[in-house]
Design a protein around this ligand. Structure first.
Ligand SMILES: [Mg+2]
Length: 263
């Protein structure tokens, strides 16, 4: 069985800000506005590979969307395929099973990051007073913290100075600023999820795809992984497929590699 752990934003789906050509399918609406799309080619590939549970079973593919999005943000996405049985949201802290939060998984996530709670509190206190902050400080289910800054580099530098960088990771993604317990990674989520599934199946190949720093632990945990060129210099594991230039859109490379794996 191939377990396909895939990031969503800029890996399978693209916001209206990205040019992915005219042949695209809407996958996310928010307050009446069109937010994200998949390319038509990706939509067709998804349908062919895991469009319904029956097709996915025939191809021996188990697709697990793995995202830093919150549950609400994830639920806005309607891929052009049947709903998947599982999804990992909140950077792996929350597992959805047929759309419902798995309480046991969430409790285990909170236990796993307990060691970082003092640092998280310290980080929140700093952000509350940060004059560069442009959004409220959002505590995502006591898992991680998110806000926006007009000077993300300055905010990050200050946070790194006051926080124990062994216990928490501080990231920026554009103007977005995150404080995340160092163990709350997509890589740990992949490990935990695979342990759970392994009891039911004999052989598992883990295939991961992602485009940002959040995805690196997941890519490095996989048997086969792919990333876009921008991430190449940050990867320690050198065995990760980098998108060749002939593909304009990363998602189409991801799905082609998955297609090859099923052969
Ligand atoms: Mg992404």
């Amino acid at each position: 069985m191939i377990i396909f752990f895939s990031d969503l934003d800029k890996t399978l789906i693209y916001s209206y800000k990205h040019d992915i050509g005219n042949k695209k399918v809407l996958v996310e609406l928010y307050e009446g506005r069109e937010i994200s799309y998949v390319t038509e080619k990706s939509a067709n590939m998804m349908k062919k590979l895991f469009g319904t549970k029956k097709i996915a079973k025939e191809n021996d593919i188990f697709f697990v969307p793995t995202t830093t999005r919150t549950v609400q943000q994830y639920n806005r996405i309607k891929l052009p395929i049947e709903q998947q049985s599982y999804a990992l949201t909140c950077n792996g802290g929350v597992l959805l099973v047929d759309g419902k939060e798995d309480k046991k998984w969430y409790k285990e996530s909170l236990d796993m990051i307990q060691y970082a709670s003092d640092e998280m509190k310290k980080g929140i206190e700093y952000l509350e007073k940060d004059t560069n902050r442009t959004l409220e400080v959002r505590n995502i289910k006591d898992l991680f913290v998110f806000t926006k800054s007009s000077k993300p580099d300055t905010t990050i530098k200050e946070l790194k100075k006051i926080l124990d960088n062994e216990k928490v990771d501080v990231f920026s993604n554009g103007v977005k600023v995150y404080i995340v317990p160092s163990k709350l990674t997509k890589g740990n989520a992949v490990k935990r999820f695979t342990e759970k599934i392994k009891k039911q199946v004999t052989s598992v190949t883990i295939f991961s795809a992602g485009d940002s720093k959040f995805d690196i632990p997941m890519l490095e945990e996989a048997d086969v992984a792919v990333a876009p060129k921008e991430l190449e210099k940050e990867l320690c594991e050198k065995n990760i497929g980098i998108k060749p230039d002939k593909y304009k859109v990363f998602s189409e490379y991801v799905l082609d590699v998955l297609n090859e794996l099923t052969k």
